[in-house]
Design a protein around this ligand. Structure first.
Ligand code: NI
Length: 230
């Protein structure tokens, strides 16, 4: 499931994030690449453990925790502390798959990367190129979203970032270990959740609709009980 989630950050939060990043120190992005992707990757990142990384991580994690669409689509168990990258001057990231397991920085714990996330922090007209291109069974998806918007996609997908030929593409990227590991099962739960919410919104006062919503909510939770690991 590939899903675009608008307005993770408000315009004011995007400005705040960009001000922090303008003053921060950028390092070679290959530090977090795996054996295969190190050859494909060419960008800059904010160092893990730096004050800017900490401040922006807190801002983004708090925003994610308050976003109903993110919580419903991802069913997060663990969220990797967000990383930040920048592509400019022709930089790109060739086709790769993200590492399956990642060590949490400064901790003995690891997470399984079920879902990959990219949160855009630059407006599309600030740069040329820099599309996140994701391959799935439906073809190639080229993603370039307004600042503050995010895309979630299965971490199993091959993907690349096209060369940035003007300006700078600034994003946050991270991974989610979901309570529901299987992308197909997670999609079913998401569809069901959206349908239940729509029922409550469109037919708020009808007793039959209320009863149906209660029953479908029961089905939702019973599927979640079957499929989740917590
Ligand atoms: Ni990647």
């Amino acid at each position: 499931m590939l899903i675009r989630i608008p307005d993770i950050l408000t315009p004011a939060q995007v400005i705040q994030a960009r001000q922090i990043l303008d003053k921060a120190e950028w390092i070679d992005g290959r530090v977090t690449a795996g054996h295969q992707s190190v050859q494909a990757k060419d960008n800059r990142q904010i160092a893990e453990g730096s004050p800017a990384w900490r401040e922006l991580g807190e801002l983004i994690l708090k925003a994610l925790g308050q976003n109903p669409l993110f919580l419903s689509a991802a069913l997060p168990l663990h969220v990797f502390p967000p990383l930040l990258n920048s592509y400019s001057g022709g930089q790109s990231f060739g086709t790769h798959v993200d590492n399956a397991i990642r060590q949490l920085p400064g901790s003995p714990h690891r997470i399984r990367t079920d879902i990959s996330a990219t949160l855009f922090l630059a407006e599309p007209d600030e740069y040329d190129g820099g599309e996140l291109s994701i391959e799935d069974t439906y073809g190639l998806h080229r993603i370039k979203l307004p600042a503050g918007h995010m895309v979630l996609y299965p971490a199993t997908s091959l993907h690349h970032v096209t060369p940035v030929t003007r300006g700078a593409r600034i994003c946050s990227f991270f991974w989610i270990q979901s309570m529901v590991r299987d992308d197909g099962q997670r999609s079913i739960l998401f569809d069901l959740d959206l349908a239940i919410q729509r029922l409550g919104r469109d037919l708020p006062e009808q007793p039959a609709a209320k009863q149906t919503a209660v029953e479908l909510t029961g089905v939702y939770h019973n599927l979640l009980r079957q499929w989740s690991e917590v």
